[in-house]
Design a protein around this ligand. Structure first.
Ligand SMILES: [Zn+2]
Ligand SMILES: [Zn+2]
Length: 148
C-alpha cells in the first residue's frame, strides 16, 4: 500500500483547495495514512488527544468532501473513515455482528464481477461498497461452547 503516497497526495489536495496550515487536519491525515483500515471519529479523537473533537470532525468532513477519505458504515451507530487511494486501490469489510470486529479483505474476482455487472447493465458504476456481516471466529467459538 503506497502509504507515503497518499499522505503527500492528501496534503497537496488540501493546499490546492485553499486549506492552509491546520494542525488538526495534518494530524488526521498522518494518522489515517498509517492505518490498514477504517477508524471511527471517536477512535481518531482518542488517538489525537490534543487536537479536540470539533477539529477532528471538521477535518474529517473536509477530507471527505475533497474525496480524500471515505466514510464506511460498519458497526451500526458509528461510521468509520479510511483513506481513498488516488489510484483506486481499495478493500472491503467483514463485520462481526457480535463484537463489532472489522476485517478488511480485497478480492480481484469480486472487482471483476462488479466490472462485468456494470458493463452488462450498461451503467457507469462510480463507486461501490461491500460489507459482509456475520460472526467472527472468536465469537463463533464462544457460541459453540455454550451450545455444547
Ligand atoms: Zn477498511
Ligand atoms: Zn471493490
Amino acid at each position: 500500500m503506497p502509504v507515503a503516497g497518499w499522505e503527500d497526495h492528501a496534503l497537496g489536495a488540501l493546499r490546492e483547495a485553499g486549506f492552509r496550515g491546520g494542525m488538526a487536519r495534518r494530524r488526521v491525515v498522518a494518522l489515517l495514512a498509517h492505518q490498514d483500515c477504517a477508524l471511527t471519529a471517536l477512535e481518531i479523537d482518542r488517538r489525537l488527544a490534543a487536537v479536540g473533537r470539533a477539529s477532528v470532525y471538521r477535518a474529517l468532513e473536509q477530507l471527505e468532501e475533497l474525496g480524500l477519505v471515505q466514510r464506511v458504515e460498519l458497526a451500526g451507530e458509528a461510521a468509520g473513515y479510511e483513506r481513498l487511494e488516488p489510484g483506486g486501490e481499495h478493500h472491503h469489510h467483514l463485520v462481526c455482528g457480535r463484537c463489532g470486529k472489522v476485517i478488511p479483505f480485497a478480492d480481484p474476482e469480486l472487482e471483476r464481477a462488479i466490472g462485468s455487472i456494470s458493463t452488462g447493465a450498461d451503467f457507469d458504476v462510480s463507486a461501490h461498497e461491500v460489507v459482509l456481516r456475520g460472526t467472527c471466529s472468536t465469537c463463533g467459538r464462544g457460541a459453540q461452547r455454550k451450545a455444547a
